[in-house]
Ligand binder design. Sequence first.
Ligand code: CO8
Length: 257
Amino acid sequence: MTETFILRQQHGHIGQITLNRPQKLNALCLPMLAELVAAIQDYDATPDVRAIVICGQSRAFAAGADVGTLAESGAIALYTSGFSEHWDQIAACQTPIIAAVQGYALGGGLELLMACDIIIAAPDAVFGLPETTLGIIPGAGATQRLTRTVGKSLAMEMVLAGRRLNATEACAQGLVSQITEDGETVSTAIAVAGRIAQAGPLATHMAKAALLASYDMPLTAGIKYERTLSALVAASEDRKAGLAALGSRTKPTFHGR
Ligand code: CO8
């Protein structure tokens, strides 16, 4: 696929994707979403890539779904084009995704962030869900993921009353894991990705799966699931390599098996 709306760069074990429609504040149109999903799936299928970083530019991570696309598509066309399924496909990625947010992350842009695993923000990041002001509602996961992240009351205020969060508020509410100095957001995300890439890749995949299961499962079932994945990882060569390296005070080499 020719990539027009995204840029890709691989640094060692890290795959970086830059949303590249700055003149429209990275509004997510259908071809852009298709390119983004294809790139993520491609990185996810590449064993050498152990973490993915997604970023935008200084003015915006993404200012939402493309309102032109929404306006010109009827309900059936939106449904049959699988428009909102792109976010599910991103959330289904096994490789950890770190989002670096500068500027606006609105509507579908915030929903994209919430399909990622770690969100790192610049001091000027702005998070909001303006859908109801447009006479629509969030349709790519926000009503579910935001409530689980920031709680019912704040999620209601954001969705129903259009409240926007700045970086400090988003961090205090657990939406964001850290705020960087201005201009250091992408490099910080890459540094976090680098630390993930040093860990055992199989362990990383299983840990991500177990953590995400806490969204969906009752506690007892989730703990059982964690135990199953833990037993699976305990049978891996990576575990042997990790424990042996600890004993010999050397750096482990992991192969993801
Ligand atoms: N879609 C399309 N174009 C956009 C969008 C967008 N969401 N956001 C910004 N743009 C474009 C503007 O039209 C403008 O283009 P042009 O220069 O050609 O006129 C360019 O980006 C720059 O924008 P502004 O001039 O408006 O920049 P400002 O700094 O004045 O304002 C804002 C920045 C506040 C971010 C403003 O652009 C804005 O309010 N944008 C719309 C934000 C919005 O409402 N987002 C939610 C969209 S709805 C959504 O995401 C629903 C997801 C549901 C998915 C599932 C559906 C089935």
